[in-house]
Design a protein around this ligand. Structure first.
Ligand code: C2E
Ligand code: CA
Ligand code: CA
Length: 795
């Protein structure tokens, strides 16, 4: 597309259209003027030609009359008959003088001039008259040596009306330049007259004596047409266009053709019309200018509303108002109006969306996004430079519980009420609802040292019975997390996150208020990393199982082992099971981990048996797994492959978390022939009635009690009563964390069944277990039953 803009296209289109119309009108005007001029000139030329011919025919008549007189004169005829040259010449000279012919002569009976025989004109005329009819006067033009002459020849007859001719009386007039000029003065139009004679080669020659030659082409038009019809035609000779009129002239002798050419330069013909043409040209030029301006205006006025529309649409896209001033009328005006309506409704909708995106719909409070915007604005406005900003996250404890009991609307009212109380304390603070149970408070300016005392004051104010609705009050408990942004401009985006982490930290540490602790935060980040690595380790089967022997007092030897998972990480070394087992429990990886340990234990138990060692194997079974029926079934199927006894150690608290499901699962295990051990006994708060329901085979007293057994009386009492209680319920007892000989002996005295601890053996890999058992049991088994203490002390 050549013209990209509509206005340009319209201007060009309109301009071209109008200009074409104007040009056509101007051309019509011009040509009709020229035509008119030409016709006028032609009729003038025609009139002039008639004048010329009249002049010539008058002259011819005079000369003919004179010649006739002489030809009829008896004396002259006699002289001719007698061939009396002297008398003939004398008589002729008298006549010539009277008639005033340029030239004249007499032709004798022999066809030759009587006098002036050397004259070429006379010779030519004589030759031309040779074939002429006897008794008729001959007139016509003859061209001799390129010069035209007019000839009048009167025959001299022997007898009047008779057949014999004695000769001719001839008068010749020169049709030279002087003659032509004379004629021109007679003409009404300032035409140029000339006599043209056709030469043998077909060219036309004029008689000016200057030897002007006309090409056949130039004259063919009027020669072919005018000669026959007498009409005139244009002549492009002698430079410039001319209007010409040609009249055929009678010639003497048949072999010559002559015409009288009257020509009139077109320029001269148009001279009278020049003002009209100039006026036409001026009107045309003015019209053109007007047309250009008008089409520019027209196209502008047409395309302006479109341009306005485009501009407005662009503005709208860039988030502006996108309104158009409605100046256009008709359809464009309606379009502009519709566009304005559309832009306005779009803007309104956008504002609604923005408002909704920045506010909590239930309470109308600003949301987290708005809170972050506020912080960013503070950051930009240098407020952080003037004393810092404290971000306080206030979390309502047990919010889900409150919501479940009192309803969702009540929960929202509670949050609104808390916001009102906070607003009452801090008139200038920015308060938002960060999540369902958490409000965010932005205090500025606030020095670092002020942040914690302020937060504690808030806690004290909110930890109260608060009237939530007209008729309902609630004992509110809150936890607070504080993050202080100092003078250094930090990134604002994670500030809120840090304050929320501080809130989590407060809850985890079971304190009212906590300030963001970057160390704990980095631990969190590390936990995330560890989670990934744990998954990879499980996938690669990097986990190993160590076994810790359990000593049976009754048999005086190692009768069982506890399987303990070990993970040796390439960079971290051995990772504490306490840490990664907790992660595995959180992420669900505990299933994989347990299955891997279980499979290893069953395989190892088989190998040990083959090596001659019959051992019970205890496996730690996470309480979380108890509620997973499908997984319990898998465990059962696996354990059925075992060659010896398998015992599942389940932490006391795990069972209590969900007694119903826990007990059901344990019953299934027991029915299938598995043994159950209550691990870490004493750390939970299980009631005796509840303990009674668990069909366990073993109770493991937590090492915290065992390790204090020698020093604290209270712990010894707890251990002792636990042993009695277990026995009373039909369970055997294992003491964990037996490190010293004293503890070992004391536990034996208390009636404990099994001892497990560093004092006997540390957890060891499978390969070390065989040699250890050979060594330990071999010696013990070989001697008599008592020297366990000795054996113990030697370690
Ligand atoms: P737990 O079941 O109470 O395991 C006994 C822990 O006490 C083991 O720590 C063991 O090394 C340690 N211990 C044994 N004798 C002594 C002693 O004389 N003195 C002291 N101070 N400690 C002793 P470990 O191996 O670090 O395991 C920690 C906990 O990780 C275990 O506590 C158990 O709850 C969990 N765990 C270990 N392996 C597994 C497993 O395969 N599956 C599951 N679900 N949990 C496991
Ligand atoms: Ca255990
Ligand atoms: Ca334990």
């Amino acid at each position: 597309m050549v013209f990209k803009r509509l206005s340009t296209r319209l201007s060009v289109l309109y301009g071209a259209l109008f200009a074409f119309g104007l040009l056509m009108t101007a051309l019509t005007g011009y040509f009709s003027v020229v035509n008119n001029a030409r016709q006028t000139a032609q009729s003038e030329l025609q009139a002039s030609a008639r004048v010329f011919q009249r002049v010539w025919s008058d002259r011819t008549e005079v000369q003919s009359a004179g010649a006739l007189l002489l030809a009829h004169d008896t004396d002259f005829r006699q002289a001719m008959l007698d061939q009396d040259a002297a008398t003939v010449s004398e008589d002729f000279a008298i006549l010539q003088k009277r008639i005033k012919a340029d030239m004249g002569f007499v032709i004798g009976a022999d066809g030759q001039p009587v006098q002036g025989r050397g004259d070429p004109v006379a010779m030519a005329v004589a030759a031309a008259l040779q074939d002429a009819r006897v008794g008729k006067v001959q007139t016509g033009v003859i061209t001799v040596a390129s010069r035209p002459y007019q000839v009048v020849a009167m025959p001299v007859l022997k007898t009047y009306g008779g057949p014999d001719r004695l000769g001719w009386v001839v008068f010749v007039s020169q049709l030279d330049a002087v003659e032509m000029q004379t004629l021109q003065t007679l003409a009404s139009a300032p035409a140029t007259a000339s006599i043209l004679t056709q030469t043998r080669g077909g060219l036309w020659m004029d008689g000016s004596g200057q030897g002007n030659v006309y090409a056949v082409d130039a004259l063919s038009f009027f020669v072919d047409n005018s000669l026959r019809t007498g009409a005139a035609g244009p002549l492009s000779a002698r430079g410039g266009q001319a209007i010409a009129f040609a009249t055929r002239l009678q010639t003497l002798g048949a072999d010559q053709k002559s015409v009288l050419l009257l020509s009139y330069p077109l320029k001269a013909a148009l001279r009278d019309y020049q003002p009209v043409i100039s006026a036409l040209a001026l009107i045309g030029a003015l019209g053109l200018v007007f047309i250009i301006l008008a089409s520019l205006y027209l196209s502008r006025s047409l395309s302006r509303p479109i341009q306005d529309l485009t501009k407005a649409a662009r503005a709208l896209r860039e988030g502006g108002a996108g309104q158009i001033d409605i100046v256009a009328r008709y359809e464009m005006g309606e379009l502009a109006e519709a566009f304005n309506d559309m832009a306005a409704s779009m803007q309104a909708r956008e504002q609604d969306i923005t408002r909704l995106a920045k506010c909590d719909p239930a309470t109308g409070l600003p949301n987290r996004s708005a809170f972050e915007d506020h912080l960013r604005a503070l950051h930009d406005s240098d407020a952080a430079e003037q004393g810092g900003v404290a971000i306080v996250c206030i979390g309502v404890d047990r919010y889900t519980h409150i919501r479940a009991v009192w309803g969702v609307a009540y929960g929202h009212s509670l949050m609104t009420r808390l916001q009102e109380i906070l607003g009452g304390i801090f008139a200038k603070a920015y308060i938002a609802r960060l999540s369902g149970d958490t409000l965010g408070l932005c205090l500025t300016p606030c020095a670092a040292a002020q942040a914690m005392p302020l937060a504690r004051a808030i806690a004290a104010r909110l930890d109260k019975r608060i009237r939530v609705t007209e008729d309902q009050s609630l004992d509110v408990r809150v936890s607070l997390g504080v993050y202080h942004v100092g003078k250094t401009r930090g990134a604002t985006d994670d500030c809120v996150e840090r304050a929320l982490i501080a809130l989590d930290q407060a809850r985890a540490a079971k304190v009212k208020v906590a300030s963001f602790d970057p160390r704990v935060y980095s631990e969190l980040a590390d936990t995330l990393l560890l989670t990934d690595q744990l998954h990879a380790a499980l996938q690669n089967r990097d986990m190993m199982v160590y076994y810790q022997p359990k000593f049976s007092y009754r048999e005086g030897r190692i009768t069982s082992v506890e399987a303990l998972v070990r993970w040796s990480h390439a960079e971290r070394g051995f990772v504490s099971p306490q840490r990664f087992v907790a992660i595995a429990e959180e992420t669900g990886a505990i299933r994989d981990l347990t299955l891997q340990v279980l499979q290893t234990c069953i395989d190892d138990q088989k190998r040990l048996k083959a090596a001659g060692f019959d051992l019970d194997v205890s496996i730690n079974y996470s309480g979380r797994l108890l509620s997973d029926d499908a997984f319990n079934q898998r465990t059962l199927r696996l354990c059925q492959q075992a060659v010896g006894r398998i015992c599942l150690e389940i932490t006391e608290t795990a069972v209590i978390d969900d007694p119903k499901i826990g007990l059901a699962a344990i019953n299934t295990f027991v029915d299938a022939g598995l043994e159950i051990s209550i691990d870490d006994f004493g750390t939970g708060l299980s009631s005796l009635a509840y303990l009674k329901q668990i069909p366990a085979h073993e109770l493991k007293i937590d090492r915290a009690f065992v390790m204090e057994i020698e020093s604290g009386q209270r712990d010894a009492l707890v251990v002792r009563s636990s042993i009695d209680l277990a026995h009373g319920l039909g369970m055997k007892v294992t003491a964990e964390g037996v490190e010293t000989r004293a503890a070992f002996t004391l536990l034996q005295a208390m009636g404990c069944d099994l001892a497990q601890g560093y004092g006997i053996a540390r957890p060891m890999p499978y390969d070390a277990l065989g040699p250890f058992l050979t060594d330990f049991n071999g010696v013990v088994g070989g001697a008599d039953a008592s020297p366990n203490g000795q054996r113990f002390a030697s370690r």
